[in-house]
Design a protein around this ligand. Structure first.
Ligand code: ZN
Length: 238
């Protein structure tokens, strides 16, 4: 059984009628709904919950954390962001969605600004599978199209990914590394670009397959209780 926590700042859905129409119960619940199955148990957490719903206890009970945030990144307390970062270093998987590229935990884990270029014209995005052998790409064809997405364009200020699984192309000609994987100590991280709040992206079956695959891929292989730098003795002298 994989234990998933879907975190959402849950702000646009409360203030923007158009977004509320698409995600009446919030983006977190739309994602939780398609992830929930016999193999995956899902809880949700939002910015309004105490400690953002991300206590030590919750993170210890989470195999993979999904993160959606946009306009309230700065409202996440530093200590919560550090707690998430450390949970990943200890082995928890993390999937950062769309504008999560500017979230505190993502930037801490990347060590870069997470900056990119963007425009919001509702362009069609064609997402190319560039690593067809990767576990996250299973069930996805050579490419698929989203009728409307926010354009995210290179350069994307991230460290070199372990794998670029998907590459996005937009009608305007821009390209973007839409699906990237990273390892940080014991934890695995997937960044996935689609998911602008004013388009129904999380109802797309390819997007759902990719996120489901990513949850399975990011599941911890090794998890440690603490981040340690132990003093050791020479073999044979212990
Ligand atoms: Zn957006």
């Amino acid at each position: 059984m994989i234990r998933v926590t879907v975190w959402n700042e849950y702000a646009h859905e409360k203030t923007d009628e158009k977004v509320r129409e698409i995600y009446p119960n919030g983006i977190h619940n739309a994602i939780a709904d398609f992830l929930r199955c016999d193999d995956i148990v899902v809880r949700t957490a939002t910015l309004d919950d105490e400690e953002c719903g991300l206590t030590e206890e919750v993170l210890n009970d989470t195999d993979v954390l999904l993160w959606w945030g946009h306009m309230k990144h700065q409202m996440v307390p530093d200590e919560v962001a550090v707690r998430v970062r450390d949970a990943v270093l200890k082995g928890m998987g993390a999937i950062f969605l769309h504008s999560g590229h500017h979230s505190k935990p993502f930037k801490m884990l990347m060590g870069t600004s997470g900056n990119l270029s963007w425009r919001e014209d509702g362009d069609m995005e064609r997402i190319w599978t560039v690593s067809p052998g990767h576990p996250i790409a299973q069930g996805i064809g050579r490419y698929f199209e989203l009728p409307h997405e926010e354009t995210y364009a290179e350069p994307f200020s991230i460290p070199q990914p372990d794998d670029i699984v998907f590459m996005g192309w937009y009608e305007g000609g821009e390209v973007f590394r839409s699906g990237c994987t990273f390892h940080r100590e014991n934890g695995k991280i997937f960044y996935f670009q689609p998911g602008h709040e004013s388009f129904p992206t999380y109802y797309d079956s390819n997007v759902q397959t990719i996120i489901r695959n990513a949850v399975k891929w990011a599941c911890p292989v090794k998890r440690v209780d603490a981040l340690e730098c132990p003093h050791i003795k020479k073999i044979g002298t212990e």
